[in-house]
Write a new protein. Structure first.
Length: 122
């Protein structure tokens, strides 16, 4: 809060009061930890497209949520049903995670793309 107050050239109490009002009004729901670029640059990231067997979508989503290296999961249109964002410590760990995803009962097939470089992120 102190850094934010300095950046905005206002008092710390002004920032605290404004944040409190935003929280109370429902504009701000909560806060999340966002990893810095120094940490993220050490990870191997991949987008994994997942085709799910019919009638196993809910079960598969629950199982995918249990894999801590999956940071995001999106339902998509097209040939595949889901896209998972996977972040691993190494290519070896990524390979194990891809095997784990592919071996789930509800997963029919996957297609993975390793992220080589982030051009920009908003």
């Amino acid at each position: 809060i102190s850094d934010l107050a300095r950046a905005l050239n206002v008092s710390r109490s002004t920032v605290q009061n404004r944040l409190h009002r935003l929280e109370q009004s429902g504009v701000v729901k909560g806060y999340v930890l966002e990893y810095g670029s120094a940490f993220l640059s050490q990870l191997v990231s991949a987008h994994v497209a997942i085709k799910v067997r019919q009638k196993l979508t809910t079960k598969t989503n629950v199982e995918l949520k249990q894999i801590s290296q999956i940071s995001e999961l999106y339902a998509i249109s097209g040939e595949y049903d889901l896209i998972a964002v996977v972040q691993a410590q190494s290519t070896e760990q990524l390979s194990h995670i891809l095997d784990e995803i592919g071996n789930l009962d509800g997963v029919e097939r996957t297609n993975s793309s390793v992220i080589l470089e982030t051009k920009f992120k908003r």
